[in-house]
Design a protein around this ligand. Structure first.
Ligand code: UDP
Length: 315
């Protein structure tokens, strides 16, 4: 039987590569697309020998051409860590806006269904806690994070416009902090920073006083939530994340304890517009998708540490 075809943009990235694995496992033919700006081909090297996987080296901000039929389009291309989008502000805005527009056009032409990767950043530095999907957010449009936050907000708006105006089948996932194997060691985010510092015996840099909170979801849980959302018939945004909230200071201490490092925690200035607290309200995901996270932070951190430890630098 002919396999159904799925286009995954950002396929060489952290989430895109895990999604590619999952869709292949579910029996789909996967077309991965990436311009390799922040993605790493090593993340999908194991897929290249397969006949049910193809890779297109392409920037989705430019016209996207894919021959043949498509059942689903998943748009996961974007710089996604604060230091990446500070270094690449224009590309970040283009992939969220022009890239989304191109992919919506492609989805419409193929009579497919599209899922976009939105983010808890649409809530900005939230005044409502935990954050339900109905909360409109508190975003600084012209701050350093604005390029990402506003691109993602535009992405949601244009996706809903295609849904309402063209009756396009669309899904919107708002992704909260996620971690796991294949995160880039140098992407600047809390977990890879803390683990690489611990393994190198360097000071562990907590920004601010470390009282700001995040809620970290293990990647397999996230991918499962996304898969369920895509197959559901729900077209409004759905939060996917792990509601287990922790301060960044305590999170750094967890990494210290897990690695057994002698590194000490030091405090550096808090970046501009760094959200003070973040925790998903996952009532919708529970009710509509029957989804909730299964992997505890202690299990997930162990798996992620094992992954970092087998990288050439730490072997
Ligand atoms: N953070 C930190 N030290 C680091 C990297 C990040 O204290 O070396 C803090 C950062 O200021 C933020 C939190 O950890 O408060 C999570 O940051 P991350 O970049 O992982 O994600 P985001 O801010 O997008 O949630």
């Amino acid at each position: 039987m002919k396999k159904e075809r799925v286009l995954i943009t950002g396929a060489a990235g952290f989430l895109g590569s895990h999604l590619s694995d999952r869709f292949l496992k579910e029996g789909y033919h996967v077309i991965g697309m990436d311009n390799l700006l922040t993605g790493n081909i090593n993340n999908i090297a194991h897929l290249f020998p397969r006949e049910d996987f193809e890779f297109y080296h392409h920037d989705v901000s430019k016209f996207v051409h894919v021959p043949g039929e498509l059942k689903y389009v998943l748009h996961f291309a974007s710089p996604a860590s604060p230091i990446d989008y500070l270094k690449m502000p224009i590309q970040t805005m283009k992939v969220g806006s022009l890239g989304t527009l191109n992919l919506l056009g492609l989805t419409k032409a193929k009579k497919a269904r599209m899922l976009i990767a939105s983010t808890s950043e649409v809530y900005g530095d939230p005044h409502v806690h935990p954050q339900p999907e109905e909360y409109w957010g508190n975003v600084n449009p012209i701050g350093p994070r604005g390029v990402y936050d506003e691109a993602k907000r535009f992405q949601e708006a244009i996706t809903m416009a295609y849904h309402r105006f063209h009756n396009l089948e669309t899904r919107i996932v708002r992704i909260f902090n996620t971690y796991g194997p294949r995160m880039r060691l140098d992407d600047g985010r809390a977990l890879p920073s803390f683990m690489s510092q611990a393994l190198r015996g360097q000071d562990i840099t907590v920004y601010g006083d470390g009282s700001q909170t995040r809620s970290f979801c293990y990647v397999d849980d996230l991918v499962d939530g996304i898969y369920r959302l895509l197959l559901s018939d729900y077209s409004l945004p759905v939060n996917i994340g792990n509601p287990s909230e922790i301060s960044i200071k305590d999170f750094a201490e967890e990494v210290v304890a897990l690695t057994g490092t002698k590194s000490k925690v030091i405090y550096e200035p808090l970046p501009t517009d760094d959200p003070q607290q973040r925790k998903p309200d996952i009532t919708k995901a529970q009710n509509i998708l029957g989804w909730e996270p299964k992997v505890s932070r202690s299990e997930g951190l162990k798996i992620t540490l094992d992954y970092f430890m087998q990288l050439p630098e730490f072997k």
